[in-house]
Design a protein around this ligand. Structure first.
Ligand code: HXC
Length: 262
């Protein structure tokens, strides 16, 4: 999205000093393609620069926060395109440069890149129907937006390995128990609860809020950059495999994948 164009795949609104971005690709369960991530990045940067905004919320629909990066787009990618085009790094990492707090309000599926996007936010408030997962292994790749780095930091190695290697989903209760989300609320209270938290943050000094965020991230992110870069290069490399083509083609054609391990 250019600075002036109207976003198509997100909706942007405000409530008091809270800036709200709603992911809006309902037919694809908010699958995250480049356009959506460009629009999200531009909206976040605009809120960050706006003196009338003190806190930002990212949310999706009741059915899906986001069901992952867009598999129909990724299915066509090759190694040289993702590496040279700086896939993921180019626009997803914008969220890490946002200095005001960003809260993820998650209902429904938060899978793959959707789970990773939620984890890139400062904290997650989940509806009781939320389901988190890193199912990339099922389509012949691995998480590529920090999932292998942030999930173990959030829930510990055992549960992270379980999630990343089996591709299973975690419900909201398990996610709260494991420390992935800060609160779980009934679906119909998700936005009220999140806006309540955001409005509370907005009442504090923005300077201390920004310092607090920066400081907690300092504790959380030690050597994360190296970890994410390592992951990204492996993620890119998997676009050179036959199994990536097979896994994504099988998903799109609604059949079981048959991996050749090549
Ligand atoms: C593209 C997707 C999609 C995705 C769903 N859709 N997820 N399209 N990319 N990630 C599309 C479906 O193809 C379908 O389109 C429509 O959305 C509705 O989905 P259904 O499967 O019919 O819905 P349902 O039966 O309710 O199942 C929901 C679901 C399932 C369990 C979430 O859609 C699913 O497993 N999605 C894929 C999840 C996944 O593997 N995510 C990780 C992606 S890899 P049609 O046209 O048929 O109606 C990833 C890499 C991250 O995220 C690394 C870098 C960020």
């Amino acid at each position: 999205m250019s600075e002036t164009s109207t976003p198509e795949l997100i909706q942007v609104s405000t409530q008091g000093r809270v800036g709200i971005v709603t992911l809006n690709r309902p037919k694809q369960l908010n699958a995250l393609n480049d356009q959506l991530m460009d629009e999200l990045g531009a909206a976040l940067k605009a809120f960050d620069a706006d003196d009338n905004i003190g806190c930002i919320v990212i949310t999706g629909s009741e059915k899906a926060f986001a069901a992952g990066a867009d598999i129909s787009a990724m299915a066509k990618y090759n190694f040289h395109e993702v590496y040279k085009g700086d896939y993921i790094t180019r626009n997803w990492e914008t969220i890490r440069s946002i200095r005001k707090p960003v809260i993820a309000a998650v209902a429904g599926f938060a899978l793959g890149g959707g789970c990773e996007l939620a984890m890139m936010c400062d904290f997650i408030i989940a509806a009781d129907n939320a389901k988190f997962g890193q199912p990339e292994i099922k389509i012949g790749i691995i998480p590529g937006a920090g999932g292998t780095q942030r999930l173990p930091r959030a829930v510990g190695k055992a549960k992270a390995m379980d999630m990343v290697l089996t591709g299973r989903m975690m419900d909201a209760t398990e996610a709260e128990r494991a420390g992935l989300v800060s609160r779980v609320v009934p679906l119909n209270q998700l936005m009220d609860e999140t806006q309540g938290a955001a409005l509370m943050i907005c009442e504090y000094s923005l300077l201390s809020v920004m310092a607090a965020k920066e400081s907690v991230n300092r504790a959380f992110e030690g050597s994360l950059s190296d970890g994410v870069m390592f992951e990204r290069r492996l993620f890119h490399a998997l676009f050179a495999t036959a199994d990536q083509k097979e896994g994504m083609d099988a998903f799109l054609n609604k059949r079981k994948a048959s991996f050749s391990h090549s």
